[in-house]
Design a protein around this ligand. Structure first.
Ligand SMILES: Nc1nc2c(ncn2[C@@H]2O[C@H](COP(=O)(O)OP(=O)(O)OP(=O)(O)O)[C@@H](O)[C@H]2O)c(=O)[nH]1
Ligand SMILES: [Mg+2]
Length: 297
């Protein structure tokens, strides 16, 4: 038996969480087309007879503009410390900019092997891909380079197979049926946040935090009453999230409820409240209350 820890790192929006979900064939991380979707480290455990890989999905590494951003980048960089292998995800459709160079500099400071995972190859012509591979080969001594499409699950099985060569013989760290270690409250708040990200744009997705205030079991757990607060930074954002005659919030509630009912196998009553907490992304105490606390890592 083999087992090991692998960090998924990269710029925001590279497709780290999409790849994690594909590897696990289960949704453990929320995804969106907005950058900076993932805010915490997410553990996803891949287990089969001969090996267990513990994947650590991380927030995209970017230049932070708030304390929340500093926390996110800190989580990602700290995750690099204690792993057996790093998957460095790069969006193959995007131009290489300073943000990637910054990550390469961080990689230069560790001795852990790194796979370059060039993602979104479903979107680019073969010649462009070959050019990208050529470019990246000269930037860093990658252990392997994998062109993949996380979305279409192209080359993902090969990636998993090759990973086996980079982890050690050893016992499993988690029971075989464990897929993630996220508490139920976190899973629920993330699903609600994902539905909000889908329906909002510009600064709003970044200004939203969801906190589960109460989960009440009824009828032996067949029914769950969930109360959640959606925090934004300004009154104007609150108005947008609620929408005309409450329409946007209702739609968010409906979509979140449907997904949660499938996931939790219970009937759900979801009570959503939108609240303003001015400038919360820059306040240490609020960040901690919302689950973004550096002391946890
Ligand atoms: N076409 C295409 N789109 C992809 C692929 N992988 C991911 N995406 C899309 O890219 C966007 C970002 O995906 P995420 O998985 O949320 O990216 P991430 O790296 O986790 O982003 P952060 O959490 O913000 O750091 C989503 O809209 C995905 O659907 C791919 O292989 N092909
Ligand atoms: Mg993510």
């Amino acid at each position: 038996m083999k087992s090991g820890f692998i960090a998924l790192i990269g710029r925001p929006n590279a497709g780290k969480s999409t790849l994690l979900n594909q590897i696990l064939e289960k949704k453990v991380a929320i995804i969106s087309d907005k950058p900076q979707t993932t805010r915490n480290r997410i553990t996803g455990i891949y287990t089969r007879e001969d090996m267990q890989i513990v994947y650590l999905d991380t927030p995209g590494i970017h230049k932070p503009k708030h304390k929340l951003g500093e926390y996110m980048v800190d989580v990602a960089e700290k995750t690099l410390r204690d792993v057996d292998l790093v998957y460095y995800l790069v969006d193959a459709t995007a131009d290489v900019k300073g943000g990637e160079q910054y990550i390469v500099e961080r990689l230069n400071q560790i001795t852990t092997p790194v796979f370059l995972v060039l993602n979104k190859i479903d979107l680019i012509p073969k010649e462009d891909l070959l050019r990208k591979i050529d470019y990246w080969q000269n930037q860093y001594k990658f252990a392997e380079i994998f062109p993949v499409s996380a979305l279409k699950r192209e080359n993902v099985n090969e990636l998993i197979e090759r990973t086996k060569n980079y982890i050690e013989e050893g016992p499993f760290f988690y029971p075989e049926d464990t897929v993630s270690d996220q508490p139920e409250k976190v899973v629920i708040s993330e699903i609600i946040r994902e539905k909000i990200l889908k329906k909002t744009k510009e600064e709003i997705p970044h200004s939203v935090a969801v906190v589960i205030e109460k989960i009440e079991e009824k009828k032996n757990g067949e029914v769950l009453n969930i109360m959640a607060s959606i925090f934004v930074e300004r009154q104007s954002q609150k108005k947008i999230i609620i929408g005309k005659q409450g329409q946007l919030l209702r739609q968010v509630g409906k979509e979140a409820r449907e997904e949660l009912e499938l996931l939790l196998g219970a009937r759900i009553f979801l009570d959503l409240w939108v609240k303003v907490k001015e400038d919360w992304r820059n306040k240490n105490s609020t960040l901690s209350n919302f689950g973004y606390d550096s002391r946890d890592y």
